[in-house]
Design a protein around this ligand. Sequence first.
Ligand code: AHR
Length: 326
Amino acid sequence: MKKIICLVAAILLLATMTSCANQPDTDIINSSSVVVGFSQLGAESSWRIANTESMEKAAKEAGFGLMMENANQKQEKQIDAIRSFIAYQVDVIVFSPIVESGWDNILNEASNAGIPVILMDRMISNSDDNLYTTYVGADFYAEGRRAGEYLIRKADTMNKETFNIFEICGTVDSTPMRERQQGFMDAIGDDPRFNVVDSICGDFLRSMGGECAELLLEKYGENMIDVIYSHNDSMTLGVLDVLEQRGIRPGKDIVLITVDGEKEAVDALKAGKINCVVQCTPDLGPAVMELVRKLKAGEQVSKITHPEEGIFCDFDDLSNPAVEGF
Ligand code: AHR
C-alpha cells in the first residue's frame, strides 16, 4: 500500500514540479517501487555536477525512483525539499548538507515520519547521531592531512627555509572546509618552516577562486606567496587563470595544492601548473544505492562509509594512465 502511495505521490510531485517553471533543476527519473528523495545542495563545481550524475545513474541502474531537487546553494531550499519528501512518504531521504548546522528540526520530522536519512558527501554537526541513519562520503580530514604531508615532502626538495602559505577555503561551516583545514594544519603543525599567513573563503566556486587570488596578490604581492592550498579544483582553476594572466608561473613560482581530481586539474598537474591534486571522488551514487537496498531489505548498515582515495602529484609518474581526472 505504501508503495502505491509513493508511486502516486511521485507522479503528483512530477506534475507539480513540471508546472513550476522556476524550478528547472527538479527532476524525477525512473519512478519505481522504491522511491529515493534526493536533495542536492547545488551545482557549484565540476565535482558537484559529476556527483549528481553519479546519483542519477546509480538510481537508474538500481531501478529506484529518484526525486531530485537542487537547492542552488540555499539551506532553506534543502529544508523545503526534505519536507516535501516527507510529505510524499519517500522510502529513503538522501541529502548533502550544504553546511553542518541547522538541521535538527527537519531531521526530527523525518525521524518522526519513520523515514531513514542517508547523509551523502557532507556531515551535520549534530551530536545526536540518531538523526541520520548512515553517512557515505570522503574522509575530509584525511584529505587535508594528505595535502599537508605532500607539502612537507615538497619542501624537503626545495632550497628554502620558510614557506608562506595562503589557504583558499570552501564554504564556511561545511564539512570539507572545516576538516580539510584541520587535517592540513595538523599535518604541518609543528614544522617551523611553515607559516600560514592568511585564509580566505572562495565558497568552492571558480569565479571566487580567481577573486581570492586577485585579493591576495593585491594585499601581499606575488613575492610573498610561496604556497596556495585551495580546498577544491574549481577555485584552484580560478587561481590559475589569474596567476597566468599576471605572468606568474603556477606550479613553479607558487606551489599549488588542490583537492578533488577533476580532469582539468589533473591535466594542469600533468602540464606542471599544479603540484598536487588530493583526490575526492564524486562517484558516491553506487554506494548510496547499495545502502538504500540494504535499508529496504532490513539489513544492517555501517554508520560511516568512506571511499578509498589518494593523491596525484609531481613526484608521480604522470604518464601512467591511472593518473586521470573525472
Ligand atoms: O563536498 C565536496 C566538495 O564540494 C568538493 O570538494 C567541492 O568541489 C564541492 O563543491
